[in-house]
Design a protein around this ligand. Structure first.
Ligand code: SF4
Ligand code: SF4
Length: 287
């Protein structure tokens, strides 16, 4: 079995407790316009362009004036241009066998200090469900702490609960219509999975990206807070992730247009949102 891995690296405390080996997996079923990993979108991988390309690199004639035709490239399964050593064209992921991944995690055990372990995130990691489940099972069998960050939009998510020590659900909007309008997917399943997590788990961290004009008004804060109070789950922890533009340049490298504007939320606005959540007795964390 294989996982399509975009990148991996160690990260302290941001994607679960302690020092963690974090795998970003290919594929996402949402299209958040603020996404910092647009290369993750297609399940069969993105073409990433890091410089002018020689026309000869494409056997199908889809490079002109140094630029590939991204529409054609999306249909190109084998992407031979990415296999040429001097090519500035890259495939966004590598296939990693589960044997290699587990042995890498086992070798990395001394690095998992302060309660660390392995985290899977994305893209949307659960789109590679069978291999992800198997990887989590095998890591647990090795006694390695596991974490999963997910947008919770896949119906089988609860099947992973037993193999995930630390679950992070990204909850982007309480209003399904608004969510669908902006990211292309409503929140019916997400809410169902959120409730299932609150009912069946001892731990749950929710990440909320704060995007001005989308979900970051005081009214929004009250509506979010009401949703979380209704879960009746005292262990629930909530962390806000204010809008940033770290992945902006990657959009053009993938042939996509970055359309976000004026989405930053000030420190004062974040503080006011936190105050609203606290007035509902919700636990806010900052990892
Ligand atoms: S991805 Fe396929 S179609 Fe696009 S430039 Fe490479 S070889 Fe040509
Ligand atoms: S769910 Fe995450 S990975 Fe997918 S588009 Fe949104 S921000 Fe990007």
């Amino acid at each position: 079995m294989y996982l399509k891995v975009i990148n991996k690296g160690f990260n302290f405390s941001q994607d679960g407790p302690g020092n963690r080996l974090v795998y970003h997996l290919q594929g996402c079923n949402m299209r958040c316009p603020w996404c910092s990993m647009p290369e993750s979108f297609p399940q069969n991988g993105s073409l990433i362009v890091k410089g002018p390309a020689n026309e000869d690199f494409c056997p199908f004639g889809h490079i002109k004036d140094g630029k590939p035709n991204f529409d054609e490239c999306a249909l190109c399964v084998c992407k031979p241009c990415t296999k040429i050593l001097s090519s500035p064209l890259y495939l966004s992921y590598k296939d990693v066998s589960l044997d290699d991944l587990i042995s890498e995690a086992v070798r990395s055990r001394p690095m998992f200090f302060a309660g660390g372990g392995v985290t899977f995130t994305g893209g949307e990691a659960t789109l590679q469900f069978p291999a992800l489940k198997e990887a989590l099972k095998r890591l647990k069998a090795q006694g390695i702490h596991t974490a999963l960050e997910t947008n919770a939009s896949v119906s089988k998510l609860p099947q992973l609960f037993d193999y995930v020590d630390w679950l992070i659900i990204d909850y982007k909007h309480y209003d399904g219509k608004k969510l669908e309008d902006v990211v292309g997917l409503g929140n019916e399943l997400i809410l169902k999975n959120l409730k299932a997590a609150a009912k069946n788990r001892k731990q749950l961290l929710v990440h909320i990206p704060l995007i001005k004009g989308f979900n970051a008004s005081i009214l929004d804060a009250h509506e979010f807070a009401k949703t979380f109070r209704s879960l009746n789950f005292p262990q629930l922890e909530i962390e806000f992730l204010p809008y940033h533009e770290y992945g902006k340049d990657k959009w053009s490298q993938c042939g996509l247009e970055y359309k976000m504007q004026d989405a930053f939320v000030s420190d004062q606005e974040v503080k006011e949102i936190i105050d609203v959540f606290k007035s509902y007795s919700l636990n806010i964390v900052n990892t």
